[in-house]
Write a new protein. Structure first.
Length: 75
């Protein structure tokens, strides 16, 4: 597993808000670390899913999108 994935999977102390910045600081990973978790075809399908569910009246919250993408990439 790459360093960014390990940082996302780790637990933070209870007094620290779970943000990408906090995860990066606790893991000694630069905030600008870029990793593409999804392949191009997975990304296209994911975007289509987001748009389809929004059109049906069930939009995803923006804060849920990275977690969902990460869980798709782990499969």
């Amino acid at each position: 597993m790459d360093p960014a994935s390990q940082a996302l999977a780790q637990n933070l102390p209870t007094h620290v808000r779970r943000t990408y910045t906090a995860l990066a600081e606790c893991s000694n990973i630069p905030v600008s670390y870029t990793t593409q978790y999804l392949t191009l075809s997975e990304e296209i399908a994911f975007v289509q899913h987001i748009l389809r569910t929004a059109a049906l009246g069930f939009p995803l919250r923006i804060k849920d999108i990275p977690l969902l993408a990460f869980s798709i990439a782990r499969r």
